[in-house]
Design a protein around this ligand. Sequence first.
Ligand SMILES: [Zn+2]
Ligand SMILES: [Zn+2]
Length: 216
Amino acid sequence: MQDTLYVPNFDENLGFWNLNDNLQKQSAPSAQIHYNGSHHWLMSYQISENEPVCILDSLKSQRTLNNSLAIQLSQIYDNHKDSLKALIPEIQRQENSSDCGVFAVAYLTELLMTNFTVDVSTIRFDISKMRAHLYECISKCSFSAFPKINKMPKMPCKDARVQTVRLYCTRKLPDIVEDMVKCDNKKCRHKWYHKKCVGFVETVRGKTWLCHFCSW
Ligand SMILES: [Zn+2]
Ligand SMILES: [Zn+2]
């Protein structure tokens, strides 16, 4: 778990993402609670290096993998691959607009207490008791499983959604981070680079550009 203070945010004036490189790579199994930069908390985890990253989002929303989260995931989970696969299972939803953080902590606790073996889609927390339980855990400085109800899942078991984030350049970050430039060598190992990573200076249109791997 890393400090969520280091969320990349978009600088409207300068027009690029502030990437404080403070989110460190983690080796699996690992888990992280994320602030997605737009008033929402959710969590992610990865059981082993070859498994996709699982995203637990208690808000029914199309924004699950917004740009900020995509960057965070690429910083934490994958270093040498060209894409990051995110699995988004159907889970219990929050019933208001403010419980996302409580759910994120509850799921994290459940995963850690079961050593990542729990089937998250079957968990039904007792929402009426969640906040009091969180308060108690924090007061005691000791976390225990959140109260659950013994009901069968309300929702039909839908397949998890899969979203893929393409990763580019030497730092393996998404292309949303900055403007991109393509190396003109067809066999280039990375092909696309963030302009800032390679210190790209605009040249005459149509002139070929080779990255520093290919220009040697
Ligand atoms: Zn190249
Ligand atoms: Zn780059």
